[in-house]
Write a protein that binds this ligand. Sequence first.
Ligand code: NAD
Ligand code: ZN
Ligand code: ZN
Length: 400
Amino acid sequence: MSSNRGVVYVEPGKVEVRSIPFPGMVDPTGRKANHAVILKVISTNICGSDQHMVRGRTTAPQGLVLGHEITGEVIEVGSDVITLEKGDVVSVPFNVACGRCPMCKTQNTGVCLSVNPGRPGGAYGYVDMGGWIGGQAEYVLVPFADFNLLKFPDRDRAMEKIRDLTCLSDILPTGYHGAVTAGVRPGASVYIAGAGPVGMAAAASSRLLGAAVTIVGDVNPKRLEHARAVGFETVDLSLDTPLSEQIAAIVGEPTVDCAVDCVGFEARGHGHSGSQHEAPATVLNSLMEVTRVAGKIGIPGLYVTDDPGGVDKAAQLGSLSVRLGLGWAKSHSFFTGQTPVMKYNRDLMNAILWNRIDVAKAVNVQVISLEDSPRGYTEFDAGAPKKFVIDPHGVLSKAV
Ligand code: NAD
Ligand code: ZN
Ligand code: ZN
C-alpha cells in the first residue's frame, strides 16, 4: 500500500503535516464505494473556511484531515465509474454530492441529502460535513466521481492555467455565486464586503458579469492595497467615515445596486475602535443599509449553528442581532448557503481557458509545498493578501 501525508488540525491555532492512511475505496461509514476514484492531488488550497476551524471557532474535532479545495489526477478508478480514466486531470467541487437525490437533481449540490447522516450537505475535510477525508494531502478519495468531477479537456493547457483552475473547486464559483445571486449584471454598481480570496473572486466575477463599478471593502489595509492594484475601487472600514459616505464618494450616491457578503460570522465592527473587535452582524446590517430598495444581497460568507468562541451566548448558537426590519422595509432578497459549485464550474473553467478572467492574479495565488502548509495557515490567518495553494507533489512549481 502507498503512503500518504496530509494537513491535520491539532488544536486551536495549530495544524501539522502527518502521515495519514492512503485512501481506500470506502465511504466514511465503511461502505464499499465503487462509484469513487482516487486522486493524486495536484493542488489544494487553504480557505477562509478552514481558518474558522483552525481558530477553534467551530466544533471541529482534533485530528481532522483538512482540505476541501482539490484539483488532481485520477490514479485509481472504481468499478462503477464510466466517464473517467487514469490520467484524467480534474477539478473537485468542494461539495460532496451523490447525483441521485432530489437536491442533486435540481443542482442544489450544496445540500445533497445522501452524503451526510447529520444534516444535508457534505464536504471534504470539514466539521459536520459527513466525515469525508480532506484533500490537503498527497492522495484523496472522491466519491460519486462521474457526477462530482469536472474533467479538464486538455492536460497541457490545464497545467498552463493551473493557478487559475485551482480556484474552480471553491472560491471562484463561490465568488461568482455571490455576484450572480446579488443580481450583478452589465452596468451594475456592486459592493463586496471582504477583500479575502472569496471577496476578490467575487470582484473578478462581478467584472466578468459586466458590472460598471466594483467596490471592495475590508478593515485590512494590505488587502485593500492589493484590491486597488488589480483594478478595483476600495473602501476602508477601519476609518470612522461611514460605509455609505465612502460609497457616495465613489458612485455619487450612498447606495449600490448589488451587495455581496464575503466575510461571514467572524466580521469585525466598523470604524477605528469598532474594527478592533468582532461584531458578527456588522456586514449583514451594513449591506441592508447600502443596498438600494428591491436589491439583492448574496451571502457566501459563512454563518454557523455552533460557535464556541462567539462574542455572546446568542452568537455561540449562531443567533445574531440582524436588523431584518430594515431589509424587509427595503424589499431585499437574501441568498445564503454552501455554493453549489457544479452549477458554475464548467462555464468558469472555459472563461479561464479562454482568458476571460484572471482569477489567480485577482486573489494573488501563492504556491507552497505540503511541508510549508502550517506557515501558509499562519500567514493567511494574519491577513496576508494571498491565496495559498499547496503543491503536494511539486507539480505546480514545475508547471509554470
Ligand atoms: P478571509 O478570512 O480570508 O477573508 C475575510 C475578510 O473579511 C478578511 O480580509 C477580513 O479582514 C474581512 N473583514 C472582517 N470584517 C469585515 C467587515 N466588517 N467588512 C469588510 N470586511 C471585513 O476568508 P475567505 O477565504 O475570503 O472567505 C470569506 C468567507 O467566505 C468565509 O466566511 C468563508 O468561510 C466563506 N466561504 C463560503 C463558501 C460557501 O460555499 N458559501 C465557500 C468558501 C468560503
Ligand atoms: Zn473553501
Ligand atoms: Zn444528492
